[in-house]
Design a protein around this ligand. Structure first.
Ligand SMILES: [Zn+2]
Ligand SMILES: [Zn+2]
Length: 531
């Protein structure tokens, strides 16, 4: 059994545990184990057989027992039982229609239906009304949602990394190409789509319906299907023959406004041919938001990046040591890495005092000896206090190679105060970069009321760069703001804010977000070599 298959089963188990109102920590533990297994370099089935699987992080005796059952019998008994009990296809469909998991299961029991298809038939027969608690209004809403045509959207966007894993996994399994919001690297993905060229559309549609990620198919015709995940997220599949693949991919990738401005599209086997026939230069997918027919400037590439200027270690809330982070950055081909742990005001996690900063300096010096000529830079992610002062004294900041300033607490300040607070920090002569300037957490916390225009002006004057933070739930500055910053002449830093070795992989998310803001290599500080 392949690692991916094992991980998929654990993931499915986690989703069902959540549906069954199990302890949320248990479900999360299975999800984390699935993640670990997906990234594991060696065969997990082998590790289980040799009794060594608990050497993997996050795998305790409970999960080991389930893994053993899965490897030895090909299934997890409790998972099969939960699948019978909870009917994930009904739950997926229910969530897609706006019902909670619990409500979907109740509805299914009341109607005595076992599958999504039976639920649709029951609804069409007018049997919904007979269910206690479903009035004519709810019935009308459900019927409308069931019959909905056009482009399906989830109730709220999915983080780019999760959307990428989901759609990427589906595309790989059916030999298709990722399209939709994921291909445009949108910070929050609503339109999840895959395009597949095949002479046998029936076979591909059938395979799609059987994927472990898809629990129910809610719409289908000969060229298209919409499936939903157990979380109720709609995923669209477009099937086409090879001669028309290019046009189908352009249509399924661009925003509606972008595509409309190019129509009518010539049928062609690949995108290059479509653009060529239209007489316009090929456009990178991440720029296909607003109508645009010109040639973009030579955009920043991941290969332009020479170092990462924002990461954490075990000194604050990171999971790896200074040397481990440095070595991992070196193995990625970087020339430098700035260690920017937190300062005490951050609150929820440990922060470094002036004393800690000096002691960390010794550890960084030792790492530099071990890793030379690679350079680990002494940095800090220094909190900006509510009054605009920084959380460490100037003489400490003066010792450092790279100072990031960050707003963490007290983010609900009115615009004038928040702007003053940040401006005050930018005036400090040691601050080199403003971290996650807008402070949003996607789906959880709105952007700070911050007057970006004033921040741009002051950043330019004091030579401070603005960060494009690559954490999947931040991506801050976002593309539109990157474009405004660059327009104002402000420099950008693409950073990961990694809290682990794997976190360094998020550079791609930062780079693509900067590209959405039309960033070129010359505008990005960490495309330069250290001097
Ligand atoms: Zn931060
Ligand atoms: Zn950070």
């Amino acid at each position: 059994m392949e690692n991916l298959e094992v991980a998929d089963r654990l993931e499915a188990f986690a989703a069902l545990l959540e549906l069954g109102d199990a302890n949320p920590y248990t479900a999360r533990a299975y999800r984390r184990a699935a993640e670990t297994i997906r990234a594991a370099p060696s065969s997990v089935a082998e590790l289980v057989r040799s009794g060594r699987v608990r050497e993997l992080r996050g795998i305790g005796p409970g999960i080991e027992a389930r893994l053993r059952e899965l490897v030895e019998t090909g299934q997890i008994g409790e998972l099969a039982e939960l699948e019978r009990e909870l009917a994930p296809d009904l739950v997926g469909l229910g969530r897609y229609l706006g019902l909670s998991a619990k409500r979907s299961v109740e509805l299914a029991r009341a109607l005595d239906v076992r599958t999504a298809e039976e639920l649709r038939a029951a609804a069409a027969d007018g049997r919904l009304r007979a269910v206690p608690g479903i009035g004519p209004k709810t019935e009308a809403r459900l019927l409308e949602a069931l019959g909905r045509e056009g482009q399906p959207r989830p109730r709220r966007g999915l983080l780019l990394n999760r959307a990428g894993d989901l759609v990427g996994g589906i595309a790989a399994a059916i030999g298709g190409e990722v399209a939709g919001d994921v291909r445009r690297w949108r910070d929050s993905c609503e339109l999840l789509a895959v395009v597949c060229a095949t002479p046998d559309s029936r076979r591909v549609l059938a395979r799609f319906a059987q994927l472990p990620q898809i629990v129910a198919v809610v719409e289908q015709d000969e060229q298209r299907a919409v499936g939903v995940t157990v979380d109720g997220l709609p995923v669209e599949l477009v099937v086409t023959d090879a001669q028309r693949f290019g046009a189908a991919l352009v249509r399924a990738t661009g925003s509606p406004a972008y595509v409309a401005a190019l129509e009518p599209l010539p049928e062609a086997p690949d995108e290059q041919a479509v653009y060529h026939a239209l007489g316009v230069p090929w456009c990178p997918p991440e720029l296909r938001e607003d109508p645009f027919r010109g040639a973009p400037p030579p955009l920043l590439e991941i290969s332009d990046i020479r170092g990462d200027l924002h990461c954490h270690t075990t000194w604050s809330d990171g999971r790896a040591s200074v040397e481990k982070m440095g070595r991992s950055a070196m193995e990625r081909g970087y020339e430098y890495l700035a260690i920017c742990d937190h300062t005490p005001a951050v609150g929820a996690v440990r922060g470094l005092t002036a004393d800690d900063v000096r002691r960390q300096g010794e550890e960084i010096a030792a790492a530099n000896e071990a890793l030379a000529p690679f350079r680990v830079l002494r940095g800090i992610e220094c909190d900006i206090l509510p009054d605009g002062r920084l959380d460490l004294p100037d003489d400490t900041l003066a010792e450092l190679d790279w100072v990031q300033a960050s707003v963490h607490g007290g983010q609900r300040m009115p615009r004038r105060e928040m702007t003053k607070r940040v401006e005050e920090a930018l005036r400090n002569p040691y601050v080199r970069c403003l971290s996650h300037p807008k402070g949003r957490i996607i789906n959880r916390r709105p952007e700070n009321a911050l007057d970006l225009e004033r921040v741009f002006a002051l950043a330019l004057e004091s030579g401070v760069a603005l960060e494009v933070n690559g954490l999947p739930d931040r991506l801050d500055l976002r593309g539109e703001h990157v474009r405004e910053a660059i327009g104002a002449g402000v420099e950008i830093v693409c950073s990961t804010d990694a809290h682990s070795v794997r976190g360094l992989d998020n550079m791609m998310l930062s780079v693509m977000t900067a590209r959405r803001g039309w960033a070129t290599p010359g505008q990005v500080v960490n495309t330069r070599s250290l001097p």
